[in-house]
Design a protein around this ligand. Sequence first.
Ligand code: FES
Length: 172
Amino acid sequence: MISRNEKIEPPSDDKRWRIVQATMQRNGFTRDGLIETLHTVQQSFGFLDDDSLRYVAASLNAPLSQVYGVSTFYHLFSLKPAGRNTCVVCMGTACYIKGAPALLEQIENEYGLSRGETTEDGHLSLMTARCLGSCGLAPVAVINGHIAGKLNAEEALQRLQALQEVENVQQA
Ligand code: FES
């Protein structure tokens, strides 16, 4: 019997996706295989990007926010580009309407970087994503693997500032 999830098309016709699909199949296309699947993507392609995370989420029927959460929480996974901390701001429609552009702009201004970049000291990578599947919490960001909802710019900056403080303590 062909599983429904086997019909989800991979992001490209790159043959490496067959290896990824085999991993998902071995785990019955269940979320139990999420970490192993992400590991296979990383081993095959060297990093995880938005398209691959979407493909894995759809294939395993897992919320995209969970997939982003796992891939930014475990340091063995590398989203490109990878700083020591990651902030993924959702720019999907619901988040956009609820103020995500202003949120993103404030973070960009504060850290002097643009989306897709990492600060020079490697402290923070700022990324954006299309809908993370948690629209009820819009605007949403995933900060170091933890989903933060109904964010305003001030709260987002406070959370990021807290990461800096943790690093300062660790380096002291
Ligand atoms: S648009 Fe941001 S979570 Fe859906």
